[in-house]
Design a protein around this ligand. Structure first.
Ligand SMILES: Nc1nc2c(c(=O)[nH]1)N[C@H]1C(S)=C(S)[C@@H](COP(=O)(O)O)O[C@H]1N2
Ligand SMILES: [Mo]
Length: 199
C-alpha cells in the first residue's frame, strides 16, 4: 500500500466545519462536464508548461508518469452543492512542475487548459499549494475518463470547477484571465467556506 497523506483537515484554515456552508455530503461521485468526454491518444498527448517561466516544458505521457508522485486523501466540493469526503488522488503536485519550469517573479495567476477546451484560472498563491495535484488515479485505480482521465487537477481548498479535467497544460500569467466558468459569472476565488460561488 502506498503512503497516503491526509489533507482533509485543511478546512481548519477557513473555520471549524469540514462541510462548507450550503453543501451536503454525498458518497456518490457525480460527473459534471460541460460536454462530452474527450478522446485522448497516449502517443500524441503532450503536457505543456508555458508563459511566464524560465523554461517552457513539453512532456509526453510517459515523461509525466515518471515524475515523482504522491497520494493524498482530500475532500471534493462541487459548487452545485455536493461534497465528497476522503477521495484518494494520486499524482504530481503542481509545485513540482512549477519548480522544474521556474516561475518568474512577476507571474501572479495560472491558467489550466484541457482537451475539451475547458479553462480555469487560479491566483498563483492558491495554485502553489501542496494539495493541488495533477492526478491520474482515484482510490488506487486509473482515473476514470468521465472524471478527467488520463489527468486532472484537484483543488480541495476550492470549488471543484477550479480543477480542470483532461488537463493538458498550465500557463503562468502576469494578469488574471477568465476561464470557462469564470466568464459565465462564477467566482474567480471560489473558496467554499466563504461561499464564493458567483462573482
Ligand atoms: N475539462 C473540464 N474540467 C472540468 C469540467 C469540465 O466540464 N471540463 N467541469 C468542472 C466542474 S464544474 C466540476 S464540479 C468538476 C467535476 O468533476 P467530476 O466530474 O469528476 O465530479 O470538474 C471540473 N473540471
Ligand atoms: Mo461544478
Amino acid at each position: 500500500m502506498t503512503n497516503v497523506t491526509d489533507v482533509t483537515d485543511l478546512y481548519q484554515e477557513f473555520g471549524d466545519e469540514r462541510l462548507p456552508p450550503g453543501q451536503r455530503e454525498t458518497t456518490a461521485f457525480p460527473v459534471l462536464s460541460k460536454g462530452e468526454t474527450p478522446d485522448w491518444d497516449p502517443e500524441a498527448w503532450t503536457f505543456t508548461v508555458t508563459g511566464d517561466v524560465d523554461e517552457e516544458l513539453a512532456l509526453s505521457w510517459q515523461e509525466f508518469r515518471d515524475l515523482p508522485a504522491e497520494t493524498q486523501r482530500q475532500d471534493f466540493h462541487c459548487v452545485t452543492g455536493w461534497s465528497k469526503f476522503d477521495c484518494e488522488f494520486t499524482g504530481v503536485p503542481v509545485t513540482e512542475l512549477a519548480e522544474r519550469a521556474g516561475v518568474s517573479d512577476d507571474a501572479c495567476h495560472v491558467l489550466f487548459s484541457a482537451l475539451d477546451g475547458y479553462t480555469t484560472d487560479l491566483p498563483l498563491e492558491d495554485c502553489l499549494r501542496d494539495e493541488v495535484l495533477f492526478a491520474w488515479a482515484f482510490d488506487g485505480e486509473d482515473l476514470p475518463a468521465d472524471h478527467g482521465g488520463p489527468l486532472r487537477v484537484v483543488t480541495p481548498h476550492k470549488y471543484a470547477y477550479k480543477g480542470a479535467k483532461w488537463v493538458d497544460g498550465v500557463e503562468f500569467l502576469t494578469e488574471p484571465e477568465l476561464g470557462y466558468w469564470e466568464r459565465r459569472g462564477y467566482s474567480q476565488t471560489a473558496n467554499p467556506w466563504r461561499e464564493e460561488r458567483y462573482s
